[in-house]
Design a protein around this ligand. Structure first.
Ligand code: DGL
Length: 268
Protein backbone atom coordinates (compact mmCIF):
# COMPACT_ATOMS: atom_id res chain seq x y z
CA UNK A 1 0.00 0.00 0.00
CA UNK A 2 1.27 3.47 -0.95
CA UNK A 3 1.04 5.82 2.04
CA UNK A 4 0.55 9.52 1.30
CA UNK A 5 2.92 11.75 3.38
CA UNK A 6 0.30 14.53 3.19
CA UNK A 7 -2.15 12.41 5.18
CA UNK A 8 -2.74 13.17 8.85
CA UNK A 9 -1.40 11.29 11.86
CA UNK A 10 -4.21 9.53 13.74
CA UNK A 11 -3.96 9.71 17.53
CA UNK A 12 -6.42 8.10 19.91
CA UNK A 13 -7.21 7.75 23.57
CA UNK A 14 -10.02 6.74 25.90
CA UNK A 15 -10.81 10.42 26.50
CA UNK A 16 -9.14 13.82 26.42
CA UNK A 17 -5.96 12.70 28.24
CA UNK A 18 -4.31 11.72 24.95
CA UNK A 19 -4.20 15.41 24.08
CA UNK A 20 -0.96 15.47 26.13
CA UNK A 21 0.47 13.34 23.30
CA UNK A 22 -1.06 15.61 20.63
CA UNK A 23 0.51 18.61 22.35
CA UNK A 24 3.95 16.95 22.32
CA UNK A 25 3.48 16.01 18.64
CA UNK A 26 2.47 19.57 17.70
CA UNK A 27 5.64 20.87 19.32
CA UNK A 28 7.97 18.24 17.86
CA UNK A 29 6.33 17.95 14.40
CA UNK A 30 4.80 21.37 13.70
CA UNK A 31 3.91 20.67 10.04
CA UNK A 32 1.97 17.46 10.58
CA UNK A 33 -1.81 17.31 10.25
CA UNK A 34 -3.41 15.45 13.17
CA UNK A 35 -6.76 13.72 13.62
CA UNK A 36 -7.56 12.92 17.23
CA UNK A 37 -10.16 10.52 18.57
CA UNK A 38 -11.21 10.58 22.25
CA UNK A 39 -13.80 8.12 23.49
CA UNK A 40 -15.25 10.60 25.99
CA UNK A 41 -18.56 8.72 26.27
CA UNK A 42 -16.91 5.51 27.51
CA UNK A 43 -13.90 6.79 29.49
CA UNK A 44 -12.36 5.57 31.82
CA UNK A 45 -10.89 2.44 30.26
CA UNK A 46 -8.38 1.88 33.08
CA UNK A 47 -10.83 -0.18 35.14
CA UNK A 48 -12.53 -2.10 32.26
CA UNK A 49 -11.96 -5.70 31.14
CA UNK A 50 -9.43 -6.62 28.46
CA UNK A 51 -12.21 -7.86 26.10
CA UNK A 52 -14.12 -4.59 26.32
CA UNK A 53 -11.01 -2.49 25.81
CA UNK A 54 -9.96 -4.59 22.77
CA UNK A 55 -13.44 -4.18 21.25
CA UNK A 56 -13.51 -0.39 21.73
CA UNK A 57 -9.92 -0.09 20.47
CA UNK A 58 -10.79 -1.90 17.23
CA UNK A 59 -13.73 0.44 16.61
CA UNK A 60 -11.56 3.53 17.08
CA UNK A 61 -8.64 2.26 14.97
CA UNK A 62 -11.02 1.41 12.12
CA UNK A 63 -12.61 4.87 12.37
CA UNK A 64 -9.23 6.59 12.02
CA UNK A 65 -8.04 4.28 9.22
CA UNK A 66 -11.17 5.28 7.28
CA UNK A 67 -9.87 8.87 7.57
CA UNK A 68 -6.76 7.76 5.63
CA UNK A 69 -4.23 8.37 8.37
CA UNK A 70 -0.58 7.61 7.56
CA UNK A 71 0.36 6.57 11.10
CA UNK A 72 -1.69 5.39 14.06
CA UNK A 73 -0.62 6.44 17.54
CA UNK A 74 -2.14 4.70 20.54
CA UNK A 75 -1.89 7.52 23.07
CA UNK A 76 -3.74 5.63 25.81
CA UNK A 77 -1.50 3.52 28.02
CA UNK A 78 -4.38 1.25 28.97
CA UNK A 79 -5.24 0.48 25.32
CA UNK A 80 -1.56 0.09 24.49
CA UNK A 81 -1.17 -2.30 27.42
CA UNK A 82 -3.87 -4.75 26.39
CA UNK A 83 -4.77 -4.10 22.75
CA UNK A 84 -1.69 -2.85 20.86
CA UNK A 85 -1.43 -6.15 18.97
CA UNK A 86 -5.09 -5.96 17.95
CA UNK A 87 -4.36 -2.61 16.28
CA UNK A 88 -1.14 -3.83 14.64
CA UNK A 89 -2.98 -6.83 13.20
CA UNK A 90 -5.63 -4.73 11.48
CA UNK A 91 -3.60 -1.70 10.42
CA UNK A 92 -2.03 -1.30 6.97
CA UNK A 93 -0.13 1.80 8.23
CA UNK A 94 2.57 1.89 10.94
CA UNK A 95 1.41 1.81 14.57
CA UNK A 96 3.18 3.39 17.54
CA UNK A 97 2.12 3.03 21.13
CA UNK A 98 2.97 5.05 24.23
CA UNK A 99 4.09 2.04 26.23
CA UNK A 100 6.83 1.12 23.83
CA UNK A 101 7.89 4.78 23.60
CA UNK A 102 7.92 5.22 27.40
CA UNK A 103 9.73 1.91 27.92
CA UNK A 104 12.46 2.90 25.48
CA UNK A 105 12.87 6.31 27.15
CA UNK A 106 13.06 4.74 30.62
CA UNK A 107 15.54 2.03 29.64
CA UNK A 108 17.79 4.74 28.20
CA UNK A 109 17.44 7.05 31.21
CA UNK A 110 18.13 4.72 34.14
CA UNK A 111 21.63 4.56 35.58
CA UNK A 112 21.08 2.17 38.51
CA UNK A 113 18.65 -0.09 36.55
CA UNK A 114 15.85 0.42 39.09
CA UNK A 115 12.69 1.82 37.49
CA UNK A 116 9.27 2.63 38.95
CA UNK A 117 6.13 2.45 36.79
CA UNK A 118 2.95 4.39 37.59
CA UNK A 119 -0.27 3.61 35.71
CA UNK A 120 -3.95 2.70 35.86
CA UNK A 121 -4.87 -0.66 37.46
CA UNK A 122 -5.38 -2.30 34.01
CA UNK A 123 -2.02 -1.07 32.74
CA UNK A 124 -0.19 -2.23 35.85
CA UNK A 125 -1.97 -5.61 35.96
CA UNK A 126 -1.13 -6.25 32.30
CA UNK A 127 2.61 -6.15 33.03
CA UNK A 128 3.03 -4.54 29.61
CA UNK A 129 5.58 -1.94 30.76
CA UNK A 130 7.74 -4.61 32.38
CA UNK A 131 7.70 -6.70 29.21
CA UNK A 132 8.48 -3.70 27.02
CA UNK A 133 11.34 -2.48 29.24
CA UNK A 134 12.82 -5.98 29.48
CA UNK A 135 12.92 -6.14 25.69
CA UNK A 136 15.41 -3.25 25.88
CA UNK A 137 17.28 -4.47 28.96
CA UNK A 138 16.41 -7.71 30.81
CA UNK A 139 18.54 -6.72 33.83
CA UNK A 140 16.39 -3.75 34.84
CA UNK A 141 14.40 -4.20 38.05
CA UNK A 142 10.87 -2.81 38.02
CA UNK A 143 8.53 -1.65 40.75
CA UNK A 144 4.95 -0.97 39.67
CA UNK A 145 2.26 1.06 41.34
CA UNK A 146 -1.37 1.45 40.25
CA UNK A 147 -2.57 5.01 40.93
CA UNK A 148 -6.35 4.90 40.29
CA UNK A 149 -7.00 8.23 42.06
CA UNK A 150 -4.73 10.30 39.80
CA UNK A 151 -7.09 10.34 36.75
CA UNK A 152 -10.07 11.86 38.65
CA UNK A 153 -7.79 14.29 40.50
CA UNK A 154 -6.30 15.57 37.23
CA UNK A 155 -9.74 15.85 35.63
CA UNK A 156 -10.83 17.86 38.66
CA UNK A 157 -7.93 20.21 37.94
CA UNK A 158 -6.29 19.51 41.30
CA UNK A 159 -2.80 19.59 39.85
CA UNK A 160 -1.18 21.10 42.92
CA UNK A 161 -3.74 20.45 45.61
CA UNK A 162 -2.89 19.13 49.11
CA UNK A 163 -5.12 16.08 48.47
CA UNK A 164 -3.19 15.25 45.29
CA UNK A 165 0.13 15.73 47.09
CA UNK A 166 -0.91 13.40 49.92
CA UNK A 167 -2.17 10.83 47.40
CA UNK A 168 1.11 11.02 45.47
CA UNK A 169 3.13 10.60 48.67
CA UNK A 170 1.14 7.45 49.50
CA UNK A 171 1.47 5.95 46.01
CA UNK A 172 5.14 6.79 45.63
CA UNK A 173 6.28 5.69 49.10
CA UNK A 174 6.78 1.96 48.31
CA UNK A 175 8.32 2.69 44.89
CA UNK A 176 10.77 5.29 46.20
CA UNK A 177 11.74 2.90 49.02
CA UNK A 178 13.27 0.71 46.27
CA UNK A 179 15.61 3.58 45.35
CA UNK A 180 14.42 3.87 41.77
CA UNK A 181 16.25 6.56 39.76
CA UNK A 182 13.60 6.66 37.00
CA UNK A 183 9.83 6.88 37.21
CA UNK A 184 7.59 6.25 34.20
CA UNK A 185 4.42 8.35 34.01
CA UNK A 186 2.48 5.48 32.44
CA UNK A 187 -0.87 7.22 31.89
CA UNK A 188 -2.04 10.06 29.65
CA UNK A 189 -3.08 12.15 32.65
CA UNK A 190 0.10 12.00 34.70
CA UNK A 191 2.26 14.47 32.70
CA UNK A 192 0.00 17.21 34.09
CA UNK A 193 1.21 16.22 37.55
CA UNK A 194 4.89 16.47 36.62
CA UNK A 195 5.84 19.40 38.92
CA UNK A 196 4.09 17.83 41.91
CA UNK A 197 5.46 14.32 41.26
CA UNK A 198 8.99 15.67 40.75
CA UNK A 199 8.69 17.44 44.06
CA UNK A 200 7.51 14.31 45.86
CA UNK A 201 10.06 12.04 44.16
CA UNK A 202 12.98 14.43 44.69
CA UNK A 203 15.61 15.79 42.31
CA UNK A 204 17.48 12.51 41.87
CA UNK A 205 14.57 10.73 40.21
CA UNK A 206 14.10 11.23 36.48
CA UNK A 207 10.45 11.33 35.34
CA UNK A 208 9.71 9.79 31.95
CA UNK A 209 6.83 11.52 30.24
CA UNK A 210 5.63 8.99 27.66
CA UNK A 211 4.00 11.81 25.62
CA UNK A 212 7.40 13.40 24.96
CA UNK A 213 8.97 10.00 24.31
CA UNK A 214 6.18 9.26 21.80
CA UNK A 215 6.71 12.51 19.88
CA UNK A 216 10.37 11.62 19.52
CA UNK A 217 9.54 8.10 18.29
CA UNK A 218 7.03 9.47 15.77
CA UNK A 219 9.60 11.95 14.42
CA UNK A 220 12.14 9.14 13.92
CA UNK A 221 9.60 6.87 12.20
CA UNK A 222 8.37 9.57 9.79
CA UNK A 223 11.94 10.40 8.84
CA UNK A 224 13.01 6.77 8.39
CA UNK A 225 9.98 5.90 6.29
CA UNK A 226 10.01 9.24 4.41
CA UNK A 227 6.49 9.95 5.56
CA UNK A 228 7.02 13.50 6.88
CA UNK A 229 4.59 16.06 5.46
CA UNK A 230 6.46 17.98 2.73
CA UNK A 231 3.84 20.77 2.92
CA UNK A 232 5.09 23.68 5.06
CA UNK A 233 1.69 25.40 5.42
CA UNK A 234 -0.31 25.66 8.64
CA UNK A 235 -1.35 22.14 9.70
CA UNK A 236 -4.95 21.02 10.14
CA UNK A 237 -6.04 19.67 13.51
CA UNK A 238 -9.34 17.84 13.89
CA UNK A 239 -10.85 16.25 16.98
CA UNK A 240 -13.51 13.53 17.19
CA UNK A 241 -15.16 12.63 20.49
CA UNK A 242 -18.06 10.37 21.41
CA UNK A 243 -19.55 12.81 23.91
CA UNK A 244 -19.12 16.39 25.07
CA UNK A 245 -19.23 16.11 28.84
CA UNK A 246 -19.45 18.99 31.33
CA UNK A 247 -16.21 21.00 31.40
CA UNK A 248 -14.97 19.22 28.26
CA UNK A 249 -13.56 22.41 26.76
CA UNK A 250 -11.72 23.49 29.92
CA UNK A 251 -10.25 20.07 30.62
CA UNK A 252 -9.34 19.46 26.97
CA UNK A 253 -7.57 22.80 26.69
CA UNK A 254 -5.65 22.10 29.88
CA UNK A 255 -4.31 18.88 28.31
CA UNK A 256 -3.70 20.43 24.92
CA UNK A 257 -2.19 23.69 26.19
CA UNK A 258 -4.08 25.67 23.53
CA UNK A 259 -7.57 26.37 22.20
CA UNK A 260 -9.56 23.31 21.22
CA UNK A 261 -11.44 23.96 17.96
CA UNK A 262 -12.76 21.75 15.14
CA UNK A 263 -14.39 19.28 17.51
CA UNK A 264 -16.92 16.81 16.04
CA UNK A 265 -19.15 14.45 17.97
CA UNK A 266 -19.39 10.86 16.72
CA UNK A 267 -22.55 8.99 17.72
CA UNK A 268 -22.03 5.24 18.03
N1 DGL B 1 -6.02 7.14 28.94
C1 DGL B 1 -5.88 6.26 30.08
C2 DGL B 1 -4.44 5.80 30.18
O1 DGL B 1 -3.52 6.40 29.64
C3 DGL B 1 -6.30 6.93 31.36
C4 DGL B 1 -7.79 7.18 31.44
C5 DGL B 1 -8.60 5.90 31.43
O2 DGL B 1 -8.58 5.15 32.42
O3 DGL B 1 -9.26 5.66 30.43
O4 DGL B 1 -4.19 4.81 30.82
Amino acid sequence: MQIDPNSPIGVFDSGVGGLTVVRALMERLPFENIVYFGDTARVPYGVKSVETIAHYTTQIAEFLLAKDVKLLIIACNTMAAVAAQVVRDLSPVPVLDVIDAGAFGAAQATRNKQIGILGTPTTINSNAYAQAIHRYDPDIRLYSQACPLFVPLVEEGWLDHPVTRLTAQEYLKPVLAQEVDTLVLGCTHYPLLTPLLQDVAGPNVRLIDSAQAMAERAAILLKEQQLGNPNRGAPRYEYFVTDVPVRFQTIGERFLGRTLANVHVVKW
